[in-house]
Write a protein that binds this ligand. Structure first.
Ligand SMILES: Nc1ncnc2c1ncn2[C@@H]1O[C@H](COP(=O)(O)OP(=O)(O)OP(=O)(O)O)[C@@H](O)[C@H]1O
Ligand SMILES: [Mg+2]
Length: 265
């Protein structure tokens, strides 16, 4: 069988004497797209940072794209992994021209240290068109709206033609229309990448996502095929509220019953 895209075995992360992740085993195979759900502080971002090579686990084995961490140059690996998060957005120089921000994704760097080549300009321009923001190419990144910035950093992540695209709450700060447009676009803009999406909102798990991992207090509560994981019981347990899930249009819509706080807490 082909190497999995991601394979974590018994991974734990301890920082400042606090256990952030504990005993995580998780395999992502080609053809799967995963959503990661969990409440604030559950460890979602930390988990993604381990996968993308920005955090080193305290224990356990991490193999991404067939390369075992510890025996491979992570800088090279990072170029194959697209990373989209608010944290990254804050690091981008406000004065940087949008087209250069996109090109910097090819080098997995924040700034752009080389004069871009003509073909890089062309590729970045195509990606901006794909993301429907080509009119912003010459603007400074800092002056854009939240939704526009999100589109730029997704184009940036796609510049390196990633095999794995990690999206940490990509829809936060977007209005409903922009979010839906985005969800609709996701498959079209990166047809070849394996996707890992972190979200707080179950309804954002678009039909293309096949699997879900539920994280609670640094541990895997459940993982597997989406339909088996997005159940009333498991979601209620994850968030500590009584949640009913309705399935419609290939998506899952949570309805929260405030009258009965979950007994499973
Ligand atoms: N360097 C660190 N030192 C100590 N604690 C940390 C460190 N980094 C993260 N944490 C803690 O680890 C826990 C998990 O953080 P993480 O950012 O992974 O959560 P999250 O699930 O992404 O949360 P959110 O939904 O709010 O983004 C939090 O309690 C956080 O305070
Ligand atoms: Mg987070």
């Amino acid at each position: 069988m082909l190497n999995p895209i991601v394979c974590l075995q018994d991974v734990s992360l301890v920082r400042n004497h606090q256990t952030i992740l504990k005993g995580i085993s998780w395999t992502i195979r080609k053809g799967q797209h995963w959503a990661v759900i969990g409440s604030n502080g559950a460890g979602k971002t930390s988990l993604l940072k381990i996968i993308a090579g920005y955090l080193w686990p305290s224990k356990g084995e991490v193999t991404v794209l067939g390369k075992r961490y510890g025996s491979y140059d992570l800088r090279e690996l990072r170029k194959m992994i697209g990373w989209v998060s608010d944290e990254l957005m804050e690091d981008i120089y406000p004065s940087q021209q949008v087209v250069n921000t996109v090109i910097s994704g090819k080098y997995a760097s924040i700034g752009l240290w080389e004069i871009p080549q003509r073909d890089e300009y062309k590729q970045a321009t195509r990606l901006l068109e794909k993301m429907r923001i080509s009119h912003l190419a010459q603007r400074p990144f800092g002056g854009l709206s939240q939704g526009e910035k999100k589109r730029v950093i997704i184009a940036r992540a796609l510049m390196a033609k990633p095999v794995l695209l990690v999206l940490d709450e990509p829809f936060s700060g977007l209005d409903l229309g922009a979010r839906e447009e985005f969800l609709f676009d996701l498959e079209r803009v990166c047809p070849l990448a394996t996707l890992v999406l972190v979200t707080h909102h179950v309804e954002e798990i678009a039909p293309l996502f096949s699997h879900v991992l539920l994280l609670k207090e640094g541990q895997v509560l459940a993982q597997g095929e989406k339909g088996k994981i997005l159940t009333d019981d498991l979601l209620s347990h994850t968030f500590g509220f009584s949640i009913h899930v309705r399935r419609r249009f290939g998506r899952y819509w949570p309805i929260i019953d405030y009258s009965t706080k979950s007994s499973q807490e």
